[in-house]
Write a protein that binds this ligand. Structure first.
Ligand SMILES: [Zn+2]
Length: 444
């Protein structure tokens, strides 16, 4: 302390001025470094970062439930399956570099083979990917890879979030078509969602997720070889044009021969052996495999609706219901086809059954709300539309609520809903603004 003072006293004013300047430059560059650079928690490398952990956690929590709704909703018919996937995921997350993140793992009711991670550690895997895996170690490979995307802040990087928002906005344009079964049209209307599932990670991030994912797998006692065999399967599938089903997964996580080679190298550096868990995995997905033929029929029914073959779609949905009478989706598909055939009372019954089996998924509630609106049952339509909004904020629900408010001559309320509709998605902006302006003039 004294020495420091003494030395300071020796400095001439000129030197002091120079010292202050260098301090200033040093501080400014330090500030610049602090605000723009940080150490990647997984790789230990310096990198540009504009987010802090509280932001990651917030984004993850804000988007998690809407993102699940946009991806088919939670797979509630087999809660044990989600518990199983969650147990494997949590085991792996213990070995992640940021094991304190609020990790969660969920199975979604969607046939497309896909998985995604939100910032902050919220991870989902579709039932369609679970049926494509052979053992628990392959499941661990997928989950560990997604854990790294969250852990190493891949999904929180500015460039990706920016490109994602534009993808989401593009996708949202189809909303009001509602021409076919088009669950997608409903989904795409969910405000600001459908974004992270479509992240296309760069090649270096995919390699990073593979590398550290395999380390986490190995630390948790799994055979890291499973990441190699899985990647090989994906490369084969990506060559096969018939494997369109995998396009979403491959768009976000492009497979390649170089990834196979890198994974083989990584496997050499890790402990040989480890758990594969084939018997256990087959046991855990047994119910899902039993229901698979029913989901295949349901997917065919959706396609038939898209092709305007509504009677065919109803037949397919009925076959699916025969195999699994407790799956809400099959009744929703049936109801969508009946709506197209103007069999409104049958359609209402189908939607009632769908909602009775699962009232935590927005789509059948929204469909019933729209149908009730068409039938001019405004009170019950309003209840459904509002209930659907609690699960997923779609533009179409706000528009229908606005139209109901107009029918009731509730001018200010209608304008409020149209404003919310305009905020819920980039499409229909012009017509919504016109409606709002017209209402503002007539409200007075
Ligand atoms: Zn990936």
């Amino acid at each position: 302390m004294f020495k420091h003072f003494f030395l300071s006293a020796q400095i001439s004013p000129a030197k002091l001025k120079a010292a202050k300047l260098t301090d200033f430059i040093f501080c400014m560059s330090l500030l610049a470094v602090l605000s723009s650079c940080s150490v990647n928690p997984v790789t230990g490398k310096q990198e540009l970062a504009w987010v802090d952990e509280s932001w990651e956690r917030k984004i993850g929590e804000q988007h998690y439930s809407h993102q699940q709704q946009a991806g088919g909703g939670p797979y509630i018919i087999d809660p044990d399956l989600t518990l199983y996937v969650r147990s494997v995921g949590k085991k792996l997350a213990q070995y992640s570099k940021r094991s304190h993140l609020p990790y969660d793992f969920i199975v979604l009711n969607d046939s497309s083979p896909n998985a995604w991670a939100l910032p902050g550690g919220k991870i989902a895997i579709n039932r369609g990917l679970l049926v494509s895996l052979n053992n628990e170690a392959e499941l661990a490979a997928v989950l560990a890879h997604e854990i790294v995307h969250a852990d190493a802040r891949h999904s929180a990087q500015s460039q990706e979030v920016g490109s994602l928002i534009s993808v989401g906005q593009l996708a949202a344009n189809v909303l009001l078509s509602n021409a076919g079964y088009s669950n997608k049209a409903l989904q795409q209307g969910i405000a600001y969602t459908g974004l992270y599932g479509q992240t296309r990670y760069s090649r270096s991030r995919e390699l990073e997720a593979d590398l550290y994912g395999m380390e986490y797998m190995s630390a948790a006692g799994y055979d890291p070889e499973a990441a190699v065999s899985l990647q090989k399967t994906f490369v084969e599938l990506s060559k096969d044009r018939r494997s369109d089903a995998f396009s979403a997964l491959f768009a976000s996580h492009p497979p390649s021969e170089s990834r196979v080679a890198a994974n083989e190298q990584t496997a050499w550096t890790l402990k040989r052996g480890g758990v594969r868990g084939k018997a256990r995995y087959q046991q855990e997905i047994k119910q899902l495999m039993t229901r698979k033929p029913a989901y295949d029929l349901s997917d065919k029914a959706k396609k038939a609706i898209g092709e305007k073959k509504y009677t065919e779609a109803i037949k397919l949905a009925n076959k699916a219901i025969k195999i699994e009478p407790l799956e809400s989706e099959f009744f929703e598909v049936k109801g969508a086809a009946q709506t197209k055939l103007n069999r409104s009372s049958d359609a209402l019954k189908s939607f009632d059954q769908a909602i009775a089996l699962n009232d935590q998924y927005y789509a059948p509630i929204l469909r019933r709300g729209i149908l009730r609106y068409e039938l001019r049952s405004y009170e019950s339509a309003e209840r459904d539309l509002k209930a659907s909004l609690l699960l997923a904020p779609t533009q179409i629900a706000y528009i229908k609520l606005g139209e109901i408010a107009e029918e009731k001559d509730l001018c200010a309320e209608a304008a409020k809903y149209y404003r919310q509709a305009a905020q819920a998605g980039p499409q229909n902006q012009q017509s919504l603004q016109q409606k709002i302006l017209a209402l503002q003039a007539s409200c007075r």
